[in-house]
Write a protein that binds this ligand. Structure first.
Ligand SMILES: *[C@@H]1O[C@H](CO)[C@@H](O)[C@H](O)[C@H]1NC(C)=O
Ligand SMILES: *[C@@H]1O[C@H](CO)[C@@H](O)[C@H](O)[C@H]1NC(C)=O
Ligand SMILES: *[C@@H]1O[C@H](CO)[C@@H](O)[C@H](O)[C@H]1NC(C)=O
Length: 316
């Protein structure tokens, strides 16, 4: 029966296409939250909007990974049918011809969701849209930071680690220096059917430049955010050097700064470590008086040069 209808539909659709005819189902679009939290009381509302151009709706069907879990057929009584969706349930009171609400999800329900809309006879125009949803199990604790040294001399490389408890999906880690994002470790998942919880780890190498001319205040140097992609399926087997995020810093005038890391999962989870305060061993006195000390070195740095010029002008 359903097969017959599909075949008819295909034939009609083909004829219509050949004919250059108008569609009676337009602008189908799906709207699914990118991520929701797992567990009791949590829910996700998936919506589909469409324009039937005056035609009647025959059915709307919802699939997860191509397996149907909810169908709404206005002509039938009752109009809905539900199919097993292991690891969650459908809230019938808030599901209809436009949306379906899923409650108490677990992370194994992460994946692609589809909505398929069919207009009524005779053409049964059908269209389908798909969007991913991730059901998140966040880490239990805040990320933890360890720093090899809490005081520095110019030219030092400060090494720091950030580790995050197991979570699904593995969180990204961003390093924060005095409220600036400086580097990131992006967690990377090679298989969509891997629902394992995984921790995340990032190793930072922070190089403190010696150059004193920079005391004028140009503090942060690395041009872009240094990113490292970590594939958790081969985690630990990679060349360790590839997993190091690096940043070059001109120590600030105050000779101290804070370092922290943040674990994030899409836009629904973000938690920061305790900040670590790092100070210079023997702070240098600001040395911006010598007009002759730096000319050659700074010409390549336009921003620096202009700061320097400003300073010179001020001191004249
Ligand atoms: C449907 O899509 C067409 C073009 O793709 C657009 O011009 C029209 O405004 C859309 N209609 C609605 C109701 O969104
Ligand atoms: C960072 O982690 C690596 C690998 O586990 C370890 O060898 C190193 O001592 C750690 N460094 C710090 C500063 O915690
Ligand atoms: C990690 O960051 C990448 C790049 O910004 C992003 O595409 C991905 O969705 C993020 N993953 C998580 C779990 O937030």
């Amino acid at each position: 029966m359903i097969k017959m209808r599909r075949i008819c539909h295909l034939i009609f659709r083909l004829l219509f296409l050949l004919d250059g005819g108008v569609w009676s189902l337009r602008n189908l679009s799906i709207s699914v939250p990118r991520a929701v939290l797992s567990g009791e009381g949590q829910s996700a509302v998936l919506q589909c909007s469409y324009d039937l151009e005056g035609a009647a709706l025959y059915s709307i069907r919802w699939y997860r990974a191509e397996i149907e879990f909810y169908r709404y057929v206005p002509r039938e009584m009752p109009p809905y049918m539900i199919f097993p969706l292991p690891g969650a349930s459908v809230d019938l009171a808030q599901s209809d011809h436009q949306q379906v609400r899923i409650v108490n999800l677990n992370r194994r329900l992460s994946g692609d969701y589809q909505c398929e809309v069919s207009a009524d006879a005779p053409l049964f125009h059908t269209d389908i849209r798909s969007a991913p949803l991730t059901v998140v199990d966040p880490p239990f604790r805040a990320p933890r930071i360890t720093v090899a040294q809490r005081s520095y001399s110019r030219g030092d490389i400060i090494r720091a680690n950030c580790s995050v408890d197991e979570a699904y999906p593995a969180p990204n880690i961003t390093w924060i220096l005095d409220d600036h994002k400086i580097a990131e470790t992006i967690s990377w998942r090679s298989s969509v059917n891997d629902f394992k919880e995984r921790g995340a780890f990032s190793h930072l190498e922070l190089t403190l430049l010696e150059n004193q001319q920079y005391q004028v205040g140009l503090t942060y140097t690395s041009a872009g955010l240094h990113r490292v992609y970590q594939d958790h399926a081969v985690y630990g087997q990679q060349n360790d050097d590839l997993n190091v995020v690096r940043y070059t810093l001109v120590p600030p005038d105050s000779s101290q700064f804070t370092l922290g890391c943040v674990a994030t999962i899409f836009d629904i989870y973000a938690r920061q470590s305790e900040p670590v305060y790092i100070k210079e061993d023997t702070p240098h006195p600001a040395s911006v008086t010598g007009e002759d000390s730096s000319g050659a070195k700074i010409t390549s740095n336009l921003l620096f040069t202009s700061l320097w010029t400003m300073l010179l002008v001020q001191s004249l």
